[in-house]
Design a protein around this ligand. Structure first.
Ligand code: BJW
Length: 264
């Protein structure tokens, strides 16, 4: 294991450049430099880190199906505020580097899977293709009864009743995965397939505390993949990965890209 940033970048870059199949898991940290609050960070002026959402808000009162049942208007207001923040945000250099890494791997005949816990769609907007959204999307909403999906525009979103002509008793809720809910089956299948067959697995900007995603690195490692972490601080998986890059993903990922494909 190496965790000197320059050595770790070189070490990981060599594995990345020669990989047949790469899987990358991202979390809220990758969007922090776009101004989107993470969930569990402590505020830190030195690194310009904003306090995570769970410092000011109780997940049990906002991010569970029970919370929505108890007060749908409150949950809708909170998610709509965040939704509009995501629409206003701009992908950062970390998102762009991940899209470039995907293009490089695929141009060399390799396979690439981007698994994200993020609901902000910034990877899509940075040009990543086939993004697997493990925790859904805040940009899209769905009816609690019909499942009908809807993408509201950027204006404030107040419409609680489902607009479906088929069942007006439903409510619109964000199409995200709350605590205690199952992840989308297709996303889990895609993650399982990538974990089984990748030879390089990288975890970026996640505290590795929320399951099942928190178990992916260990599973990839058990399947023989070379594993790495890119994160601002150590996490529960730091001790088990083959390379640790500690710092901001918006700085480290472009360096990793340049080290892996220097002719760029
Ligand atoms: C930077 C940076 C920079 C900052 N550069 N880095 C097994 C054991 C124990 C519990 C469970 C288990 N299996 C299931 C559970 C229950 C539960 C769970 O995991 N609970 C844990 C908290 C213990 N999981 C679930 O309920 C999941 N469902 C499920 O498993 O269904 C089956 C089942 C149900 C019930 C029981 C058993 C089985 C669903 C999880 C859904 C998570 N939903 C949320 C909200 C989404 C909607 C919304 O946006 O509001 O998803 S919670 C929140 O956490 C969000 C995130 O996607 C997720 C992960 O957070 P993430 O991305 O890691 O962010 P942070 O803030 O934690 O970390 C950011 C990191 O970035 C930090 O480390 C920083 O240092 C770093 N960073 N700036 C690089 N610039």
């Amino acid at each position: 294991m190496t965790n000197d940033p320059t050595n770790a970048i070189r070490y990981l870059a060599a594995r990345l450049a020669s990989a047949r199949e790469v899987a990358i898991l991202t979390g809220a940290g990758v969007s922090a430099e776009s101004g989107i609050r993470t969930f569990r960070d402590a505020a830190d002026e030195a690194t310009r880190t904003m306090a995570g959402l769970w410092k000011d808000f109780d997940p049990a009162k906002l991010a569970t199906p029970e919370a929505f049942d108890a007060d749908p208007a409150l949950v809708t207001r909170w998610y709509d505020l965040r939704r509009r923040g995501c629409l206003a945000a701009i992908p950062n250099a970390g998102h762009v580097a991940l899209a470039d890494i995907q293009r490089r791997v695929e141009a060399g005949g390799g396979r690439f899977t981007l698994l994200t816990q993020n609901v902000d769609r910034l990877h899509h907007r940075a040009g990543s293709a086939g993004v697997v959204e493990l925790h859904g999307s805040i940009i899209q909403w769905r009816c609690t009864l019909t499942g009908q999906k809807l993408t509201p525009d950027a204006a404030e979103f107040r419409a609680l009743p489902c607009p479906s002509p088929f069942d007006a008793r439903g409510l619109l809720r964000p199409d995200v995965v709350w605590f205690g809910e199952m992840l989308p089956e297709a996303a889990l299948d895609a993650a399982e397939a990538a974990i089984k067959s990748c030879d390089v697995f990288i975890s970026v900007g996640t505290s590795a505390q929320v399951f099942p995603a928190a178990g992916f690195v260990r599973a990839a490692s058990a399947n023989g993949a070379f594993t790495a972490e890119v994160n601002r601080e150590p996490t529960p998986i730091s001790g088990l990965v083959d390379a640790c890059l500690h710092g901001a993903s918006g700085e480290l990922l472009p360096r990793l890209l340049a080290a892996a494909w220097p002719s760029r």
